[in-house]
Design a protein. Sequence first.
Length: 290
Amino acid sequence: MPVRLPDEQPGPARARLLVVVAVPAEADAVLRGLGGLGAAAERVPLPGGALDRVALPCGATVDVLAGGVGPGAAAAAAATALTAARYDLVVSAGIAGGFAPRAPIGATVLATGIVAADLGAETPEGFADVTELGFGTVRHTPAPAAVALAAEALRAAGAGPVATGTVLTVSTVTGSAGRAAALTARHPDAVAEAMEGFGVAEAADRHGVPAFELRTVSNPVGPRDRTAWRIGEALGALERAFAALPYPALALALAATGSPTSEPAASEPPHSHRAEPPGPRRAPKEAGRG
Ligand SMILES: O=C(O)c1cccc(C(=O)CC[C@H]2O[C@@H](n3cnc4c(=O)[nH]cnc43)[C@H](O)[C@@H]2O)c1
């Protein structure tokens, strides 16, 4: 029978979360929400950067990493952190564009689906995503029980409007009514778009860790109008959301449902472009260890 060190005792109270944001202003908002800004956080070096580690009074540990803008930077940063430490949950977080009327400015959005919206090819018949092209997945699905739990906690805390639905990951911020309409036609359940969620979820999936996306809305998705962006308001909502999340309960809900979150295409070829994880996948039971 293996001997466990005190630090390795199983249980949701000891959950380890990795929160990946794009820029330092978002990291600061998350850290303020966690009560871990400044001296309360430990700076942990990583190859190519550093993260801030906060030990919560409930026993959970939350690492906050500003990984850069866009899915590529986010995937690289998340993969680096996941290689350096063990996590029970990875959260992609930050500001986002909201699809009206479901996600107004200041709203908090929880992803029921994390979808790469512009990963594919233009064809004479229109856009075809990489799943349709036979190259893998464009969607990760966070555990519904965990999404419901987080939404309930945010609503109970009075953290402002909360919307659940698909969060699109795009490499180009939408700047026209035409593209906004095309996105909602293809993804009727879309509540928001941002630029990192799918990259973070891909990295988490390869490490067998559940992923989750939480965004707060800074601007409407549509015709480009930088004067309409309310970044301060969205950062305030991000801080309130991270103050209200039920960390140990979230870990428990995720342990019950397990991982991964990806949905490979039914037609995925045997030699798909999906890389195998760097080591053996952790069993769902083990992934929930606190
Ligand atoms: O256009 C500009 O002048 C400009 C200035 C500062 C930042 C930006 C961004 O595009 C920030 C992208 C950043 O924020 C997330 N985000 C926020 N709103 C949206 C959106 O409507 N569509 C996509 N991403 C958005 C995103 O996740 C990035 O991290 C532009």
